[in-house]
Ligand binder design. Structure first.
Ligand code: PLP
Length: 340
């Protein structure tokens, strides 16, 4: 058992609001966002819309709620929606895409590499059924970066091809951009380049950007008008939300520094490889390692003072703003000591 504090690489959601963020929260101008609006909420939603290249956004307490609000408005009961295999909307949102939004899920294979689907697969899968009893193909749900695939990115070119294929086949498009900020930084492009042509997008403030709470879901002004009703229906309308939105505004100033997390993830993966691990070079901040017994490995790492998760038969380690390069070095030392 390591006596030093554990190095927490379970997720970038473990990031805590720092002094600057807490000060902004304490000083936030607030109103009643359910009654007649909160000025800091408005400022955050406007700033997020600008960065994401959409007409408007709505703050929501979680990414899951953001995705659900969008799917709820896009789908009618029994409509089919497509998403890359092991997408968050398929596997990690309690099945709400089906039992609340009413969608029939159809996973698409990773034909173009981990987390990556192809325009051909969309065209082949979304052909009209014809018969009156056939499912209606309604929506394509993209995920950039793809979490379960290991934070893999979809480039603006690939994104444009996928959106074009969806349009050709009459599908709406929602982007689960929980980590679209990471994708943009890794691809050296603007987040708005990765939302081009979509109907709606969800992006998290509470992961690598470090806000304690919150996501935004965006699209047209009409969409956001309806989304506000659905958010309320789901219990997600909050009163003096400016306290939380203030954290979100600080978070949005921290997009560029995600590059550090990506560098640290590269450093971690190559360090693991030097120790003989099978860890692919990450595109963003998620390192996936193939180990024979992921659950057992999580336990051994925990006892050595490194926290990780087992995900889909692999070990997942995520770098974030609360772990420095020194922490990663320390983590590698602790892991090395394990194999001695
Ligand atoms: C984290 C995550 C979400 C959901 O965010 P929560 O705030 O945890 O509900 C959605 N999609 C992806 C890809 C995520 O990684």
């Amino acid at each position: 058992m390591s006596s030093a504090a554990p190095i927490d690489l379970r997720s970038d959601t473990v990031t805590r609001p720092d002094a600057e963020m807490r000060a902004a929260m304490a000083a936030a101008e607030v109103g009643d966002d359910v009654l007649d609006g909160d000025p800091t909420m408005r400022a955050l939603e406007d700033r997020a819309a600008e960065l994401l290249g959409v007409e408007a956004t709505l703050w929501v307490p979680s990414g899951s709620m953001g995705n659900l609000v969008a799917l709820f408005l896009h789908l009618r009961r029994g409509d089919r929606f497509f998403a890359p295999q092991r997408a968050h909307v398929l596997d990690s949102e309690v099945g709400t895409a089906s039992w609340l939004a009413g969608g029939m899920p159809q996973p698409l294979p990773w034909t173009a590499g981990p987390g990556r689907i192809t325009a051909e697969d969309i065209r082949a899968s979304a052909v009209g059924g014809g018969a009156y009893f056939a499912l209606r193909n309604r929506l394509l749900c993209l995920e950039n970066t793809h979490n379960a695939a290991g934070g893999t990115t979809t480039s603006p070119q690939e994104h444009a091809e996928l959106v074009a294929a969806a349009r050709e086949t009459g599908l709406l498009v929602h982007l689960d951009g929980a980590r679209v900020w990471n994708a943009a930084v890794a691809l050296k492009t603007a987040p708005a380049d990765l939302t081009r042509g979509v109907d709606t997008v969800q992006a998290c403030l509470s992961k690598g950007l470090g806000a304690p709470v919150g996501s935004v879901v965006g699209g047209s002004a009409d969409f956001v008008h309806e989304a506000r009703r659905v958010r309320k229906m789901l219990g997600g309308g909050v009163r003096q939300g400016g306290v939380l939105a203030a954290a979100g505004l600080v978070a949005l100033e921290r997009v560029d520094r995600l590059a550090e997390d990506h560098d640290n993830a590269q450093f971690l993966a190559s360090g693991l490889r030097e120790l003989g691990w099978d860890a692919a070079a990450p595109e963003t901040n998620i390192v996936m390692a193939e180990v024979p017994d992921p659950a057992g490995a999580v336990g051994r790492l925990r006892r050595a003072g490194v926290l990780a998760l087992s995900l889909g038969g692999r070990l997942r380690l995520i770098t974030h703003r609360d772990v420095s390069r020194d922490d990663i070095r320390q983590a590698l030392d602790r892991i090395a000591a394990l194999s001695d």
